[in-house]
Design a protein around this ligand. Structure first.
Ligand code: ZN
Length: 269
């Protein structure tokens, strides 16, 4: 009997061993992972390398100074060039005063050094005082009036005594009759009413600074054919600070050119 038990145990053991081998083989074979490679799509193409956003750099517009608004264009029609009352009235050998015996309404004595008692319209008189004071304060120069307002009748006398159309205006054609004009010299009298006044310190200061006070050197040396008058470095015409400054800044030196008027080299008759 003992031999049978041994045999039975051996058979059982052998069966278990076989079962174990089968299980191991099945597990080993069945556990082989199926290749999953094909399902994974390669994300090889790099998606959008991050470009630096433009807002990262500081925008220069915030620090760029804003251009100031353009100044309004100069209004050339702000005042009349025909009305003898206007500070812009243009009087020359083709544009007599209208009426020819016009008399300004507000003449005042000008309280400055002078050779002949000067009268000007009130606005021009005040500007003359400011300009003479500035010449003294800024440059130590003493100016004087040699002639200012001249009436129609006084221009008759002037023209009769010197009937030279190149140097003396006919009655009714003189800027002096407007009350806006003064012949200015040095208080010393050096070169008064002479072209050499343009070379004096007083003449040079006036040429450079008169516009600041509303005055224009009316008869420049290089515009004789436009104005009809020889160079007169002493003859200053009040036109107001706005127009004088505009002409200074734009480099236009005669009223005829500034207002687009024909040249007036001589009288029409
Ligand atoms: Zn004059």
């Amino acid at each position: 009997m003992r031999r049978n038990r041994v045999i039975a145990f051996g058979v059982l053991a052998a069966a278990l061993a076989i079962l174990l081998v089968v299980l191991v083989v099945n597990i080993a074979g069945g556990a082989t992972p199926a290749p999953v490679a094909a399902t994974k799509t390669p994300s090889a193409t790099p998606t959008a390398t991050p470009t630096p956003s433009p807002t990262a750099t500081p925008t220069p517009t915030e620090t760029t100074p804003v251009a100031p608004p353009a100044p309004p264009a100069f209004d050339k029609a702000a005042f009349s060039i025909d009305d003898p009352l206007s500070p812009w009235v243009v009087v020359n050998k083709t544009r007599p005063l209208n009426p020819v015996d016009y008399t300004p309404p507000d003449l005042v004595a000008v309280p400055v050094a002078h050779t002949w008692d000067p009268l000007l319209r009130a606005e021009a008189a005040a500007a003359i005082v400011q300009m003479f004071d500035a010449a003294s304060a800024e440059a130590g120069l003493s100016l004087a009036s040699n002639s200012a307002y001249r009436s129609y009748s006084s221009q008759v006398s002037v023209y009769d005594s010197e009937p030279d159309d190149a140097t003396t205006a006919r009655p009714g054609y003189s800027e002096h009759q407007t009350g806006w004009t003064m012949d200015i010299g040095a208080a010393s009298g050096n070169c008064s009413l002479n072209t050499c006044f343009g070379d004096t310190a007083e003449g040079q200061w006036l040429a450079a600074n008169a516009y600041r006070f509303g005055f224009l050197l009316r008869y420049p040396a290089d515009k004789v054919e436009v104005t009809g008058f020889s160079f007169e470095p002493w003859h200053y015409r009040y036109i107001g600070v706005s127009l004088a400054t505009e002409m200074h800044n734009t480099g236009v030196t005669t009223l005829e050119e500034f207002f687009g008027l024909p040249a007036a080299p001589g009288y029409l008759n």
